[in-house]
Design a protein around this ligand. Sequence first.
Ligand SMILES: [Zn+2]
Length: 330
Amino acid sequence: MGIIIGTIAQALIPSHQTPYTHPMTSNAPYIRAPAGDFVLPFDVKDAGVRGRLVRLDATSARALSAHALAEPAARVLGEMLALAALLGSALKLDGRLTAQTKSAGPLDLLAADYYGADGGRPKGVRGFARFAAAPPDTRASFASLAGAGSLVITIEPKRGAQMYQGIVALSPLGLAASAEDYFAQSEQLPTLLRLAAAPLFTPGTCAPHWRAGGLMLQTTPNAPHTEEDWQRLSLLARTVEDVELVDTSLAAETLLWRLFNEEEVRVLPAEAIAFRCDCDGERIAAVLRSYSPEERAGLADADGAIRARCDFCGAVHEIKDFPHPSTSSG
Ligand SMILES: [Zn+2]
């Protein structure tokens, strides 16, 4: 399934939501990728190369709104969300993929989770960053923010299933370069990654609306391809600009056509990505119930309730139904 993008390219220039049909491969109408909050898989079959384009809009805005981060740190977290969406959706997981950095710089911890669709819940991402310093220059480099450290990718196919974990040293060039190193080491598949995030400032609102995007290109395992094909396609992919990745007014198919118009690129249906946090007040309550009353008293507010704030979504879970053996009621 899918559609060869060249056949719809001419029609793509004016942007509207008309379905297109590819007469050669399918009679099913092709539904254009939305403006934001999607991953669009594609491939160049003859070259043995596949790819994904991600663009987050409301999803990244919601994820970043839970954190009061200086702009350079928010930018890196936005990129981390796009990375998790690319990696997780490529694995077709129904469980969870976590990308996490630990490093020595002021931005010493970054985490993003991708959840596969399950039990009626959509595919989604969430993120968290710890930034322990005064806001630096807005153009601070990744190396000066994160410092030396590592990127850990954890894959949990399903809750309780066998976990897989891979680790790579952080590249001073950024998350995309670190993830490329990860693929070079762990899968030995030539992989290209580009990530970008940008704030949108709207008059009348004090916090920016963050968008994030990314492009991944990878050779297909066991598919015939030549070094020449890979070099040509990865060079084209490298010409993508940050603004093209985050611009919701630029149709995803148009962007792919701009990059690869001399190739036969086939696009598959876009997958929706939402903001999702699976934090669970009941699970926190269960942990707290295993504490002694004295330990709980140390955590409780004056009214006796314990309020736990989720680091990812900002939700405050209020837990107060603890057994009280020595309660005196009036
Ligand atoms: Zn949460």
